[in-house]
Ligand binder design. Structure first.
Ligand SMILES: Cc1cc2nc3c(=O)[nH]c(=O)nc-3n(C[C@H](O)[C@H](O)[C@H](O)COP(=O)(O)OP(=O)(O)OC[C@H]3O[C@@H](n4cnc5c(N)ncnc54)[C@H](O)[C@@H]3O)c2cc1C
Length: 364
């Protein structure tokens, strides 16, 4: 019976490809529609997957391999983070997570997933209309990485608009180590990040949550000058269109299933979304083929993402002085020790850091 089930997947990012792979494993060959000529974003990127955000998993790579049969080879293990604010600096080391190549790189997350597929029909250069497909297919999986369909279905709750600007820089970098900068002067309540791809190249990006797209170029220049990075030579600059972050009130409507970022499954603290995309794609396949309740399967994933995202609201009122205090606290041995040990609860650690900062502020 499964062989006759017709499933269309729109989008070949992590959510769409993981869904297609799980469909194959369950005996159904889906049709994947991708508007581009190949898988992967056009802009080069390095995704970080942080074990501290997934305390239940302990080690994301091992957990994803064991629980979902997805053994994704990382670019590097993430073993070192530097956190910087105007007057403070903290270093955190340990088994912190993984860096994954994204986009058109041969070993990007998308290309690794694609190579696993044996039977799935990939239709490239095919921007697809979910309304049309929903008439022809038993199920349509929305994995477009955009909120458009959720908006049309009336299930999207907008939270923020994020502007990203950056580029691929040439320089001297340490793979496996990333630096994150907090400074309201150039990143508002967002942040900037330097993430190496190898010893000589790094993705350097600024994430602004409230600036307009015209300001972000000058904010980026300000960031480079403030952090002593103006010597970096850029192979090219990256300016993706601003993207919406939010959550959905429902994941399924009739035979339409929302997954990945199209379902708001990207946390809004740092913008990490690849884990949620992979798992929701797998859940959609299982729900459709095994007749399971998709909403119930994916809701805990959303709750977890909302839990992490809650800290964004707290960040909105932070000043540079607050960032200095938080980073100074993170650098204290007790807190650091907890971060080394990946099995802790993120809510607890952020909660206690913010509580201490609030105490310090009210004592003034
Ligand atoms: C600019 C940007 C930077 C990000 N950086 C990071 C990061 O560093 N780390 C991280 O973990 N997460 C990052 N994210 C979050 C990101 O959402 C997830 O990592 C992950 O890519 C979500 O996977 P997805 O499959 O839902 O969507 P995507 O990866 O966006 O894939 C969607 C696919 O659908 C295709 N598509 C769209 N519309 C159509 C259509 N109508 N018809 C056919 N195909 C279509 C697109 O071409 C694309 O291939 C970033 C997001 C954005 C927008």
């Amino acid at each position: 019976m499964n062989k006759k089930l017709k499933i269309a997947i729109i989008g070949s990012g992590p959510a769409g490809l993981a869904c297609a792979l799980e469909c194959e494993r369950l005996g159904v060959n889906a049709d994947v529609f991708e508007r581009d000529k190949s898988v992967g974003w056009i802009w080069p990127s390095v995704s970080v997957q942080l074990n501290i955000f997934e305390s239940k998993m302990k080690d994301i790579r091992k957990y994803m391999a064991k629980s979902y049969g997805l053994d994704i080879k990382p670019l590097f293990e993430c073993n070192h983070f530097v956190l910087k604010s105007p007057n403070a600096r903290a270093e955190v080391s340990g088994n912190l997570g993984y860096f994954l190549a994204r986009g058109k790189y041969v070993d990007s997350l998308e290309n690794q997933l694609l190579r696993e597929l044996q039977q799935t029909a990939m239709h490239y250069n095919r921007p697809a209309d979910y309304k049309e497909l929903s008439k022809k297919y038993d199920a349509v999986v929305i994995a477009t990485g955009k909120e458009t369909v959720a908006k049309e279905l009336g299930v999207w709750e907008q939270k923020d608009l994020v502007n990203i600007y950056g580029g691929l820089a040439l320089g001297d970098f340490t793979p496996g180590s990333s630096t994150i900068y907090f400074n309201t002067d150039y990143s508002g309540t967002g942040y900037a990040r330097v993430t190496p791809i190898n010893n000589t190249q790094a993705v350097v990006k600024i994430y602004n949550f409230e600036s307009s797209i015209s300001e972000i170029d000058s904010n980026f220049t300000h960031f480079l000058a403030t952090e002593g990075l103006e010597h970096l030579e850029f192979l090219y600059h990256i300016k993706p269109p601003p993207f919406s972050v939010g959550k959905v009130t429902r994941f399924q409507k009739d035979n339409i299933y929302l997954t990945g970022r199209a379902a708001g499954l990207t946390e809004r603290l740092t913008g990490i979304g690849s884990v949620g995309a992979l798992i929701s794609g797998i859940f959609a396949a299982r729900a459709i083929i095994k007749g399971k309740e998709y909403e119930a399967m994916v809701k805990p994933l959303q709750d977890h993402i909302e839990n992490i995202s809650a800290f964004r609201d707290r960040m909105k009122s932070l000043t540079n002085k607050d960032f200095d205090r938080i980073i100074t606290l993170i650098d204290t041995p007790g807190v650091k020790q907890t971060i080394y040990n990946s099995g802790f609860n993120l809510t607890d650690i952020f909660g206690s850091v913010i509580k201490k900062v609030n105490k310090l502020i009210s004592a003034e």
